[in-house]
Write a protein that binds this ligand. Structure first.
Ligand SMILES: [Zn+2]
Ligand SMILES: [Zn+2]
Length: 352
């Protein structure tokens, strides 16, 4: 018996004709004939077709599989047998995406295994949930990648559906509302030197003070209004009074006040902000290479002379001092002169 079937693919909107010969109405003994374009498209996938043909119970089921394979080959996707799931997987996935809302879907890979769902929290901040579906989805729970300050754990509670997963993610976002409010205020009202582009998961900020000094804070994402871990970087004469203020005013810390205001209150400073300061005025660059970032490093060493306070990258200052004949090395410490003010400067030799 001969059966003629027509397969329409999304690949450049082309239609392909295919004839399937079924001796004794048996799929296992079937032969496939098709035009050269489809044949060339499927070259290299004969083994996969044969395998699918052996496993299919109905001709209609096999035609569904074939259609999926042709569409995916057309998209240049990975067509190894392991990456092609059953038609049930795809039809189920489509139902699930309709349930979540198609407008949430911002990315899906050619294998339909990686997808990104977008969510907005109650403050209109955009978040992305990256999902990797298991071949046995929904029997096996998907893996998730998020940009949250703490790991996100999906609790399947009887259902591994995308709807369940997405609603748990949205609930989780609300837990960090206060944390992101605090970080957004710092990012918009101060000069954040590190990280260069803070992500939603970043709990550390290095905030510019004045004269090559900065304050690094590490904020608790669960209790963002409590005192963060503070580290001062820069010349002693700038940072010492600030450390003193922090100890003296600690009891003035109020959990009802924003993180930024609390920091300014207890340190008795107003952080330079993009509204009133240019970044150049903060002279945060290295005094030798004039860059801020050099091979992932930021200037960490500062001249202790109160009229100079110039900062340098560790590597830049070491190279400078090494090439200066007046410098000397003693017990792994380098003693030399500040390239700016010629006052004594000391640094530990890098471990090379
Ligand atoms: Zn440098
Ligand atoms: Zn100096």
């Amino acid at each position: 018996m001969h059966l003629l079937n027509k397969v329409t693919t999304v690949f450049q909107g082309q239609e392909f004709y295919i004839a399937i010969e079924l001796p004794n109405r048996s799929l296992q003994q079937a032969k496939i004939c098709c035009d050269w374009r489809l044949k060339s498209l499927l070259t290299g996938y004969e083994h996969l077709l044969e395998q699918r043909l052996q496993q299919s119970t109905t001709l209609a089921g096999f035609m569904e599989e074939l259609k999926t394979i042709v569409e995916r080959v057309g998209q240049d996707g990975d067509m190894s047998p392991a990456s092609v799931a059953s038609p049930r997987f795809y039809s189920h996935l489509l139902e699930e995406l309709a349930e979540v809302g198609w407008e949430r879907l911002s990315f899906i890979d050619a294998n339909f295994r990686w997808l990104h769902l977008e969510a907005k929290d109650s403050c209109d901040r955009r978040h992305v949930l990256k999902i990797h579906l298991h071949e046995q989805h929904p029997e096996v729970a998907p893996d998730c990648v998020t940009e949250l300050p703490l790991p996100f754990h999906f609790i399947s509670t009887g259902s591994n559906s995308l709807k369940n997963l997405f609603s748990q993610f949205k609930q989780c976002l609300e837990q960090y509302k206060e944390f992101w409010d605090a970080m957004d205020e710092i990012d918009s009202s101060t000069w954040v030197l590190e990280p260069e582009k803070p992500t939603r998961s970043a709990t550390v900020r290095r905030i510019a003070l004045v004269n090559n000094a900065s304050l690094q804070i590490e904020v608790n994402p669960v209790q963002p209004t409590v005192l963060p871990k503070c580290t001062f970087l820069g010349a002693d004469h700038v940072t010492s009074p600030l450390k003193g203020n922090l100890c003296k005013n600690l009891h003035h810390w109020r959990s009802a006040v924003s993180l930024l205001d609390n920091l300014q209150n207890v340190l008795e400073v107003t952080f330079p902000s993009p509204a009133n300061t240019k970044k150049e005025d903060l002279s945060v660059e290295c005094g030798i290479c004039y860059a801020y970032r050099l091979a992932g490093c930021v200037p960490e060493l500062t001249c202790d002379d109160s009229r100079c306070c110039q900062t340098y990258h560790r590597d830049c200052l070491y190279e400078w001092l090494r090439s200066d004949p007046t410098s000397r090395l003693s017990f792994n410490m380098v003693f030399g002169e500040c390239p700016y003010c010629s006052k004594p400067i000391t640094m530990k030799a890098p471990n090379k």
